[in-house]
Design a protein around this ligand. Structure first.
Ligand code: ADP
Ligand code: MG
Length: 232
């Protein structure tokens, strides 16, 4: 489903060049749950952003369902992104003044999905994350773990085939983190391919596969080294 071939990404500013991704080779099959680990600044978020087509790359290629994303127009990229990819970020990015229901419907509205379908999908997604009874609440009325579950609901309401999650449990205590992890496992069992950045060795072990990135280079992390995270 995902194929990265010799992919490199360089951030250039006036003063410095940062080789954020170096000759990345990665294949992810449909239905996999991949945990991405590595020290801070090693390129994890950049890799997710490239996979999500939010960030361009400099060299190599990225094939999504066998099709190269290179050379696609911005509108073709955003169509691809909307149809196939869901994002979960660490900071939730929920809109304060909107109800949970409206937060989840908003990206669907951008995509021109009809009101009745939006409502149905949002309700279904809230049901899945256990917050159906609170659909008229606002984000400030929820705990951090509940807000993260809303962010997950928003992502899955788009019916993505790939879910990209950047430290989805980073702000949560261990109980809430476990609940969010269980939810992601359930979504994965329903067929969604997941790539998740995590600093938690237990979570990484629970994923189907671990890959590690250090200084922009990828390696299979058969042995996870928590000290690498502590040092960072
Ligand atoms: P991680 O998520 O693993 O902490 P990042 O992918 O955010 O790491 O960053 C990888 C490297 O790229 C870091 O050196 C970071 O400073 C740099 N970087 C990330 N985003 C930008 C940007 N927009 N402009 C310049 N440098 C960036
Ligand atoms: Mg990051």
């Amino acid at each position: 489903m995902i194929q990265l071939k010799n992919l490199s990404k360089i951030f250039r500013t006036e003063l410095i060049e940062t080789h954020a991704l170096r000759s990345i080779e990665l294949q992810v099959k449909e239905g996999e749950f991949v945990a991405l680990t590595g020290p801070s600044g090693s390129g994890k978020s950049t890799l997710l952003n490239v996979l999500g087509t939010l960030e361009h790359f400099d060299e190599g290629d990225y094939l999504l369902d066998g099709q190269s994303v290179k050379g696609l127009s911005d509108s073709a990229l955003s169509k691809l992104r909307n149809e196939k990819i869901g994002f979960i970020f660490q900071g939730f990015n929920l809109i304060k003044d909107y109800s949970l229901q409206d937060n989840i419907e908003l990206p669907l509205r951008y995509r021109g999905i009809a009101a009745s379908e939006r409502k149905r999908r949002a309700e279904q997604a809230l049901e899945l994350v256990g917050l159906a009874a609170r659909r008229d609440y606002h984000p400030s009325q929820l705990s951090g773990g509940q807000q993260q579950r809303v962010a997950i609901a928003r992502a899955i309401a788009g019916q993505p085939r790939i879910l990209l999650a950047d430290e989805p449990t980073g702000n949560l205590d261990s109980l809430m983190a476990r609940q969010v992890m269980e939810l992601l496992e359930k979504i994965n069992q329903d067929g969604c391919t997941i790539l998740m950045v995590t600093h938690d060795p237990d979570q990484a072990r629970r994923a189907g596969r671990q890959v590690q990135i250090v200084d922009g280079q990828l390696s299979d992390a058969a042995m996870y080294d928590p000290l690498a995270v502590k040092r960072a």
